[in-house]
Design a protein around this ligand. Sequence first.
Ligand code: PLP
Length: 451
Amino acid sequence: MTVRSNSAASRDIAYHLHPYTNARKNEDEGPVIIDRGEGVYVIDDQGNRYLEALAGLWCTGLGFSEERLVKAAVDQMAKLPYYHSFAQKTASPVVDLAEKIVEMTPAQLTKVFFANSGSEANDTAIKMVWYYNNALDRPEKKKIISRIKGYHGVTIAAASLTAMPYVQAGFDLPIKNIIHTGAPHYYRFAQEGESEEAFTDRLAQELEELIQSEGPDTVAAFIGEPLQGAGGVIVPPESYWPKIQAVLKKYDILLIADEVICGFGRTGQMFGSDTFGLKPDIMTLAKQLSSAYAPISAVLVSDPIYQAVADNSAKLGSFGHGYTYGAHPVAAAVALETLKIYEERKIVEQVQAVGPRLQDGLRRFEDSPIVGEVRGIGLIAAVELVADKASKAPFDPIGKVGAYFAASAQAKGVIFRNLGDTIAACPPMIITEAEIDILLDGFAAALAETE
Ligand code: PLP
């Protein structure tokens, strides 16, 4: 593709350093510039229309043109465009949102702290855990365990939790006190002839051995997505979370559920913790919290954590943590309206109703010679492409075929996201069955071209 001089694409190349982009490739090809949204579709500045099969970045639960969210933002902007929650102040929609979120989330979570992104929420969760253990006079209990293929963000601490080479390479990460354990991906990591039950037994045992080798008194928390999203939509076996939680309980280790993707209906229940039986001490939320119409994230904590943090803040003079834009009234008003819409339109039931169309539709591709595994739940799914079905051998180099597939689907009007050679689908939750069929047609056409 040649980029016309003075076009928007050429100006983008001249001035814009993109996140998660091969900068040299962008210099050669330029970006796709998305101009507008309509339901589950986005339209670029050349007039091409794409079905957004990943809801942007797993986030626009209500699609790209929900008027009520626009109105909520405009009304709040006109009334009070900004205030903060520092030093015993706050704005009214923030109070309403705090009450609503605490009501919606599992009963043991009693207080909420607001930030702007998933990364900030997870950084905040780590700081809370450290602050909590300092308050309890356990200064050694600081290590956080995350999992291979877990994605928790890109700030320095969150990127250290994100155990993926492409997030850490070149950045001198991870930082100290962050350690990793295995991912519950049966297809990829089970040993020859190992049953699912034996596989989850082994993962729980590996976790226990890690805790023992590090010293239980040094391990503070375990963070996990109920279902690993960006790591490849890894749906854990049913027995996985109960066994992991039993180990954590034994060693007095807190559980942080990163619900940044799973939260608000995505897995067919309100939270991934409901779907997979997690009882977290801390929960982080973002993305679909505002359907991504405004940046906002939340950290929910249990009462024992709140009480210790409050004691420590009284001792130290204040809780020395907070963001200028955290608890932003406009973002809070948009999130509040989003949650109202989820309730009114029964978003959980909607996901349960249309989810099978996506899951069953993708399973039709299991017979393809390059499809290794089709997996998913609710309205989130992935198809892992492999070079050899029998041996599960990946393509070499990993990611090239996935990128080819994604480009091919995009040319046909459907935007998927390739995670290496795994193709992810996580459409806006308002998608209809007819639109799911269009998504599946795009998938079929791209697969035929890739085979
Ligand atoms: N946690 C999970 C599970 C995510 O998927 C993401 C982003 O995709 C994050 C955290 C980081 O969120 P953000 O990009 O808003 O910082």
